[in-house]
Design a protein around this ligand. Sequence first.
Ligand SMILES: Nc1ncnc2c1ncn2[C@@H]1O[C@H](COP(=O)(O)OP(=O)(O)OP(=O)(O)O)[C@@H](O)[C@H]1O
Ligand SMILES: [Mg+2]
Length: 358
Amino acid sequence: MNAEKNVNILETKKESSNILYFGLDLGTFQSALAASSGLRVNVGSVVGWPKDFISYKLLNKQIVFGEECLKNRPSLDIVYPLEKGVVKYRNTDFAEKREEERVTSAAEELIRHLLSLAEAREGQKIYAVVGSPAKASMEDKQAIISASEGLVDSILVVSEPFLVAYGLGIYGFAIIVDIGAGTLDICRMHGTIPDEEDQRTLYTAGNEIDKKLYELMKEKVSGIQLTPSLSRKIKEEYGFVGEGQETVNVDFYVDGRLETIDIANELKEACSIIIPEICDNIRELVVSFDPEYMGELTKNIILAGGCSQIKGLAHEIETNLADLGSVRINVIDDPIFAGAVGGLVLAQEMPLEEWEQV
Ligand SMILES: Nc1ncnc2c1ncn2[C@@H]1O[C@H](COP(=O)(O)OP(=O)(O)OP(=O)(O)O)[C@@H](O)[C@H]1O
Ligand SMILES: [Mg+2]
């Protein structure tokens, strides 16, 4: 019996050395990859092609990604292939087939780019765990698998907040709240693989905060020169909710002249739009659970995703949920790589026979 077991372990190890494992978090705003080779890389989820011959001469590249895309916006045809956490064309009624093809190929190019950075050895197989929104449909998951075809040998598409929990070593009772740009995903963990009713995907997340701040500032100051991208940067630097911050002075151009404006009220109002839905959904996930374990859930609520960095958020949610008893909320340290690292750990620990070949 023991001898048989040993043989199996050796075989698995031998096979594993020919496999490069990946955790891949394809986000609306940014995508992150963690590889078993030790590589960690993140890139903005945006793809650009030079518009013409002159743009090509300037960039000297057929295709560019992430920050480089945004810097060279005027020279590029730009596509954001992921929307609300999934390959975009599934949710969009494009008038032209050509546009659908552009988005699909942008998603493939983004995945190809991330994988190329990991430099798999000749003959090495690639096994990837890819994060998707908690409530992604079968079609959405299939779109991720299709975009990865030919780029990986085996793939598993798994709920993003579950990956965050797995990466943190949380298998027991907890609620993970992953607040991204396009989606806000919530997952109840209770010692087994979470199913449908343990998961929520909401669409009031970072992008909606940016839009709200943009609208509020346009209303407050006529002639203010502001873009949604600038309002995102302001949120990232100063975003807060709750009490304790009276003034937030930021310089803006107003009709071409630089002015310092106090945006504390508008910023707080915009950042607060995510709170009611977060609290309602946590509450529902708690009260619909076995009462014997409710306390275990509320003691272990974890905020992840880029918007978990908004100052005062954990405290505000705790205060709103105080009637549930003792509520403890923690914010993860590394929102950029938490999902990708969770995916990598899962990829490495998953028995080989569980994988789906592509
Ligand atoms: N320090 C910060 N404070 C507040 N918000 C931040 C901060 N850093 C990043 N963000 C916001 O977090 C969001 C991006 O988070 P994340 O990278 O988790 O999203 P994503 O995975 O790309 O999106 P999704 O999961 O919705 O597909 C953006 O709205 C970004 O502006
Ligand atoms: Mg995300």
